[in-house]
Design a protein around this ligand. Sequence first.
Ligand code: NAD
Length: 266
Amino acid sequence: LAPLMAGKRGLIMGVANDKSIAWGIAQAVAAQGAELAFTYQGEALEKRVRPLASSLGTPEDLVLPCDVTDMDSVDAVFATLEKKWGKLDFLLHAIGFSDKNELKGKYVDTSRDNFLRTMDISCYSFTAVAKRASTLMTDGGSLVTMTYYGAERVMPHYNVMGVAKAALEASVRYLAADLGAQNIRVNAISAGPIKTLAASGIGDFRYILKWNQYNSPLRRNTTLEDCGGAGLYLLSNLSSGVTGETHHVDSGYHVVGMKAVDAPDI
Ligand code: NAD
């Protein structure tokens, strides 16, 4: 049996270090034979991303700078992929940002500047990359982004990020409808809380992790491997009939209505 991703080429956006969800998914698809290109945001992260990319066999000229607030840098990434590969089979978008001063306290206090910036980086950027990737997906393809349950229900401190994730999930549905005729599928993974660089900006994150551990059906937190398996499913032909979906990978937390009776105090 050929590996699931043999002959497939994909772009991974959003690796900051080896704790990144994008890294968990990159490892899972590479283990099934995918050829990968990576983007990194800024020189500080370049030092972390290059060795990780190279450990999965990615050549140096497919590790590319990209800040999604700079559309020229986004265009440059896809121009390089067109030149080197000619086509693209899949793309993972695992990018989000909000000012950490507003990832605590009340949503009602959100500033206009941070609202727009959060929406731009965490939501619009997926639409921007989907448009560019779709022109290279001449044999169909799969696009996946990362979201969180704070889009659907109010979570402490998640605030404007929850609003941006709700817009991102709506974007997934609209993009799925736009691109489906080209056999390009668009889905989101709604991951449970995981300790990453981005998550460290969220207020009381340790409490949130404990709460999920004690109250989710599986009674444990979500891992990079959990996301890797789901990412492999959605980025490969295993999910050939699935598009427009928000797939929860959260130890089942989203089905729970109240605190578990056996949950210890935190
Ligand atoms: P991470 O810090 O490892 O990754 C976030 C990435 O976003 C980084 O690589 C960073 O460089 C990138 N980024 C931020 N601003 C950018 C910009 N302007 N241009 C280009 N890249 C930019 O953290 P993570 O938790 O792996 O986050 C990945 C995704 O998963 C995010 O969308 C996040 O919201 C989502 N998510 C995280 C959790 C969690 O608990 N960690 C849960 C659900 C969803």
